[in-house]
Write a protein that binds this ligand. Structure first.
Ligand SMILES: Nc1ncnc2c1ncn2[C@@H]1O[C@H](COP(=O)(O)OP(=O)(O)O)[C@@H](O)[C@H]1O
Ligand SMILES: [Mg+2]
Length: 138
C-alpha cells in the first residue's frame, strides 16, 4: 500500500495525471474516503486528462453521469444509492465493462453482487490543510 500526500489541488491534479495514463476502457476506479476528501476533484482532473470538455460535476443526485472524451467516461457517486434494484434500474451494471471507463465515488455502496473482480481502489482523506491518498499504483 502506498501513500501520496496531496497538500494542494495542483498536487492532486499532477497525481491524477500520472494515474490517468495507466487507465483506459474497461478499467474500474473506486474512490473512497469522507465527504470533501477530494474524490470529485480527482475525477475532474482525470476527465480533463482524457479530453472531456464538459464540466464534470458531482453526480450525487443523478448517481451516474456519462462523459465523452478519448473514450466514454462514467462517473458514479453512490452515496445516495438505496438498493441493488436501484443500481440496476439506473443502468449501473452496463457501465462496469468496456468500452466504458468507470470511476465510482463511495464504492462501498456498490451492491455486493456487482463488486468487480479487478479494480483500482484509492482512499482519500484529510491531512493537515490538504489531503492524502492511499492505494496501490505502480
Ligand atoms: N488535495 C487537495 N488540496 C486542497 N484542496 C482540495 C484537495 N482535494 C480537494 N480539495 C478541495 O476540497 C473540496 C471538496 O473536494 P471534493 O473533490 O468535492 O470532495 P469529495 O468528492 O471527496 O466529497 C473542493 O473544494 C476541492 O477543491
Ligand atoms: Mg464527490
Amino acid at each position: 500500500m502506498k501513500t501520496q500526500n496531496l497538500p494542494t489541488l495542483s498536487a492532486l491534479e499532477e497525481f491524477a495525471c500520472q494515474l490517468a495514463k495507466l487507465w483506459g476502457p474497461g478499467d474500474i476506479v473506486l474512490l473512497d474516503g469522507p465527504m470533501g476528501a477530494g474524490k470529485t476533484a480527482f475525477t475532474q482532473a482525470l476527465a480533463r486528462h482524457w479530453g472531456v470538455e464538459e464540466p464534470v460535476t458531482s453526480p450525487t443526485y443523478a448517481l451516474i453521469q456519462l462523459y465523452d472524451g478519448k473514450f466514454p467516461l462514467v462517473h458514479m457517486d453512490l452515496y445516495r444509492l438505496g438498493s441493488e434494484e436501484e443500481f440496476e434500474m439506473i443502468g449501473g451494471p452496463e457501465y462496469l465493462q468496456k468500452p466504458y471507463l468507470c470511476v465510482i465515488e463511495w464504492s462501498q455502496r456498490l451492491p455486493e453482487s456487482y463488486w468487480p473482480a479487478q479494480a483500482w481502489r484509492l482512499v482519500f482523506d484529510y491531512e493537515n490543510s490538504g489531503r492524502r491518498v492511499q492505494g496501490r499504483w505502480p
